[in-house]
Design a protein around this ligand. Sequence first.
Ligand SMILES: C[S@@+](CC[C@H](N)C(=O)[O-])C[C@H]1O[C@@H](n2cnc3c(N)ncnc32)[C@H](O)[C@@H]1O
Length: 191
Amino acid sequence: MAHKFDHKKMSKLDSPQRRLEIPPLKILEVLGLTKGNIVADVGCGIGYFSIPAANIAGDAAIVYALDISQEMLDEVEKKSVELGISNIRTIKTSEYELTLDDCSVDFIIMSLVLHEVENKIKMMDEITRILKAGGIFSMIEWEEQPGASGPPSQERISFKEISALLSEKGYCDINKYVISENFYGVTARKL
Ligand SMILES: C[S@@+](CC[C@H](N)C(=O)[O-])C[C@H]1O[C@@H](n2cnc3c(N)ncnc32)[C@H](O)[C@@H]1O
């Protein structure tokens, strides 16, 4: 069974060190998020990406912040109120059901989630279902080589593995981005 992030450790998801290593606004721009995009942040945690995504997408757009943990979603709600952000909708999902309509989002960000999911094929089917044709799927994962922190090597996903899965699901323009020594990003476009 894949290990799930414990919501009691949510403070670990925001720190000056993390903001330096994974600057969320800059990364979303590099991954291709643009103004007006309808966004799904799958496994949003405390909203580390949902909040900057809401700023980039703008008030006329919506960011769906999806997570299986109600505690995480409560934190996103709290932060949205504090920051006066009105275009984030939190939704509690279940493991392989993202609940959004078919072909309803332009851009998906899934950061440090896929390695927590046992059946990656089933999750990618669900991702593909909610993404519009021509939409961008983006993800961030731990580099294959374990460092001082992060999951053990057997739980990590290589770019080769994710790239094969995306090709099998019919994605094109599959690219890898170096984020830091510990993390890489991926983008792919749904045909
Ligand atoms: C390591 S945290 C990353 C949070 C956030 N994406 C970030 O980078 O700060 C992983 C999050 O994914 C959520 N999660 C795990 N499996 C999920 C699933 N099948 N569907 C939705 N969320 C999931 C967990 O509850 C947790 O909030």
